[in-house]
Design a protein around this ligand. Structure first.
Ligand SMILES: Cc1cc2nc3c(=O)[nH]c(=O)nc-3n(C[C@H](O)[C@H](O)[C@H](O)COP(=O)(O)O)c2cc1C
Length: 321
């Protein structure tokens, strides 16, 4: 059921991708997503230095023999990174799938993806970026609509319009998302023309997500009204959970605070402290509007099973109507 070009090309059971999540996409979590039949994506920028990153890849491999990918981050604001070093490790370790996200990929990086025979997925938020990535050789385009958790870009196009617009215009397979928490959203995104579906926010409330139970419970209780946009003033708009830290961030922005002041609030260390201790106002966490559709904390396997079963059920119902 739901075999598509994405399941075929990536060698996965379901056309489901676990979106890269900074500090959350650890080897254990990535392996859980891949073991559950989706594509787990390891965040390279979480690791400082080749050795730590190489070790993380080994750890994923120790936990699963299923396909997984590595994300190369093209929009770091807090610390400069050398993506060519991460790519060296990806190639040395024989990882087959790489995902880029953020600004457009530098030419030399794309050339190396091709030389190494990698499957290159580029994630973006608009048609013009999708076309550019396709022209640069991307094998798969992921697009996420404005309701998504994390970076929203500046075009503000919702998933219902963005996914068909991009699917119609590009030759390569499309993974769509932004707002998917259940089988309804999953099936809708496939109906819009995507061949795969990316899920981020929904995965935060799973047993395996490496964040404190307080935070998981708070997200289960949150509604679709509990997200907000931050960092628009510095050209790095993110949709996040509307806690006190996020409110503080927009206040600073309204007062024309400078970048270092804003970065103090959104700093990775603060988010990590919140993830570890469950102190809910300590840092900022990306979160999409589909948090309003999150009602429980299953394992990733149960979640994916439920999504597929619900989608199959709706599909049968619609076919019979
Ligand atoms: C907590 C969190 C952290 C994220 N971190 C990243 C990241 O580091 N890099 C990235 O490309 N996308 C990141 N994203 C975006 C997801 O990979 C995915 O594209 C998005 O969550 C899909 O939309 P949804 O949240 O509506 O499902 C993050 C999302 C969340 C919820």
């Amino acid at each position: 059921m739901f075999q598509t070009k994405i399941t075929e090309v990536l060698g996965i059971e379901y056309p489901l991708v676990g979106g890269t999540m900074m500090w959350i996409s650890t080897p254990e979590f990535v392996a859980a997503v891949s073991e559950a039949g989706g594509l787990g994506i390891l965040g390279s920028v979480m690791y400082e230095g080749r050795e730590a990153f190489a070790h993380a890849i080994d750890r994923v491999r120790a936990l699963t023999d299923k396909p997984f990918a590595v994300n190369i981050n093209l929009f770091p604001i807090a610390r400069p990174i050398d993506n060519s070093e991460y790519l060296d490790v990806v190639i040395e370790k024989g990882v087959r799938i790489v995902e880029t996200s953020g600004h457009s990929a530098p030419e030399e990086l794309c050339a190396r993806f091709k030389e190494a025979g990698l499957i290159w997925i580029h994630k973006c938020v608009g048609l013009r970026y999708a076309l550019k990535a396709q022209n640069m050789g991307a094998d798969i385009i992921t697009v996420v609509g404005y309701e998504n958790g994390g970076a929203t870009g500046k075009l503000d196009i919702g998933t219902l319009v963005l996914v068909p617009r991009v699917s119609e215009a590009v030759r390569v397979p499309v993974i769509g998302g932004g707002g998917v928490s259940d089988g309804k959203g999953f099936l809708a995104v496939l109906a819009l023309g995507a061949e795969g579906v990316i899920v981020g926010t929904r995965l935060l409330a799973t047993q395996e997500a490496p964040i404190h139970d307080n935070l998981k419970r708070a997200l289960v209780e949150a509604s679709e009204l509990d997200t907000m946009l931050i960092m628009r003033s510095i050209g790095n708009t993110h949709r996040v959970w509307a806690n006190a830290a996020a409110q503080r961030c927009v206040e600073l922005e309204a007062n024309q605070a400078d970048l270092p002041e804003i970065l103090k609030i959104v700093a990775g260390e603060k988010a990590r402290r919140m993830y570890d201790t469950g102190a809910l106002d300590e840092g900022v966490i990306s979160c999409g509007q589909c948090v309003g559709l999150v009602h429980d904390i299953p394992t990733v396997g149960e979640l994916f099973g439920n999504i597929i079963a619900q989608a199959a059920d709706i599909n049968r119902r619609l076919a019979g109507s």
